[in-house]
Design a protein around this ligand. Sequence first.
Ligand SMILES: [Zn+2]
Length: 237
Amino acid sequence: MDTAPYVARGPRAAECVADGLWLLRGRPRDTLNVYVMGDVLLDAGTRHSTRRILRSVTDLPLASHVLTHGHMDHMGASHAICEQLGLPLLCGEGDVAAVQSGGREGLAQRPAAMRLAHRLVAGPGHPVAATLVDGEQIGGFTVLQTPGHSPGHLAFWRERDGILIAGDVLFNLDPVTVRAGLRLPPLTLTRDPALNLASARRLAALGPQVVCFGHGPPLRDPDRFQRFVAGASVDAS
Ligand SMILES: [Zn+2]
């Protein structure tokens, strides 16, 4: 587990992961990750994350709210935050319908456990102001389209110091025990596992020095990341 201290600069109650990149403090720590990436608020936890996010970022000069993808544990507070802070909401094209419906599209056909989880943690949908595509710059990072976990999943890459925000292409957390550790995202929550693995390989090929995740602490061990992706297969997830 990473032991970098939380520091009170940039957003309140946040860990400075790298120049211009902060990970907001959550409970349990590093479980539902929300970042400030330059002038961008990236992801927004569940609807129960609303107060802690607003407390952290209210005084910051944010320009937009961006989603790695349109799942309920990443966009639960998005509507409230965009309304309160007057921010436009951006995501990948393939996730627009999910984001705008608050994950309600097709929910009736999902397993009962998924419907229950949605009732417990999801927030309302919110209009998407614009979509992001491969190669675009935002918050000091380059947008990478990394479909698989969701159709419109996005990752963010900063070449000058090798910082990667991988979203949910990989987890650095066991979702059941909440202990840190690299793994592929759960198959039941991943639209196209083989495509997601191809996205993971694309990210590993960049040779990132620090990898940030939707779930789990930042990983500052480039070799471990490379070895994990090289050995990963969809069957083994
Ligand atoms: Zn997630």
